[in-house]
Ligand binder design. Sequence first.
Ligand code: ACO
Length: 428
Amino acid sequence: MSQNTLTITDNRTGKTYELPIKNGTIRAMDLRQIKVDAEDFGMMTYDPAFTNTASCISKITYIDGDRGILMYRGYPIEELAEKSSYLETSYLVLHGELPTRAQLDEWTWNITHHTFIHESIRKFLDGFHYDAHPMGILISTVAALSTFYKDAKNIFDPESRRKQTFRLIGKMPTLSAFAYRHSLGMPLAYPDNDLSYAGNFLNMLFRTTEAKYKPNPVLEHALDVLFILHADHEQNCSANAMRSVGSSHVDPYSAIAAATAALYGPLHGGANEEVLLMLREIGSVKNVPDYIKRVKAKEKLLMGFGHRVYKNYDPRAKIIKKIAYDVFEVMGKNPLIDIALECERIALSDDYFISHKLYPNVDFYSGLIYEAMGFPASMFTALFAIGRTSGWIAQWQELLLDPEQKIARPRQVYLGYDKRSYIPIDHR
Ligand code: ACO
């Protein structure tokens, strides 16, 4: 008997099956042969929320949740955060290798020259209420881009995918910044191609009367690092949405709209906004123990804590905590940091959090930096979406080029009624 197999005995029938093991997995379809009789559909696995199911083979991002390790294409996140730039990292995530100088220059030029959006998209903004959430605007406007770029439907044409990649990475900051300016009722600030990716984003957000906006280099660098930290995170909820929707072969703008919508939820990228609201609700360091008590009584979640994969400190949270102090030096300390530190201090020494392996995740400190930089809480998740766009596209492309992938279509365990007859309304 080969050692790379799993032997299963079905005690209902006494039959034994030998299933091959590859990469530490068995194929779910290999279970289908396990039947009690010829009429039986065959064995399936039941895995709500995919807690133990690999849906793809990927070469993009590696996470070791127990040891707190995150790598893009084999490069540790700590090294990329220290030495790379967001555009270089997005090239790496999408192409698999770091670019040469010439490749990086071309990549940067192409993204920088796809930052403008069609004026008709700009007009959509006028239809939104002044207090519309930027994520709602972002989801709608990125989906609307598909109506402007008909070539985006040619998803198996590498040249078309390349073009949509430039457009998506280039335009996500523009759409987000326009959503923000709309909420303030301020005239829109158009992209400035002389600035870096992060610098231009700050320009579109904060430029007022100056002829030429000069981003503060500390804030520009901090934002660029935050984009790097958010570039990809393997099969999370929004990447799964991107792959699942993309598997129907829809255009990438519609799939990115779905991924952005998935990110918006408070259990995923929306948590950074929720953390800020929570810290404000706690209000003062002296109220932290009482809040933690309510978390332990399951009345509340400690937002920004816990992760499906990390059962150790999220390496991104460590890097973000460090950058927070660089930003505070320029912008002044965010008073909520003391409440956050106290939450972390108590949580990391409390049995409930230790036994549940709950540590700060990426969202715990990112909101504090964003707030210190002058962003309102409603913009936090849009900032996440900008960084994650390159990862979503990489996941989508990997899916399209994988011959084993098909339209995503899970099975269900049906426990509803058997066949029954329609009852006329007067007899119910
Ligand atoms: N505060 C208090 N208790 C928590 C928290 C938390 N933040 N997170 C998990 N738990 C507890 C659960 O109540 C559960 O306890 P039990 O076993 O006693 O019933 C246990 O830990 C396991 O939690 P699950 O919800 O089953 O874990 P899951 O892997 O499904 O959820 C999630 C992960 C959604 C991130 C969860 O930890 C959470 O809701 N955190 C707060 C929201 C958040 O910060 N989300 C951002 C995640 S990072 C990202 O998406 C970018």
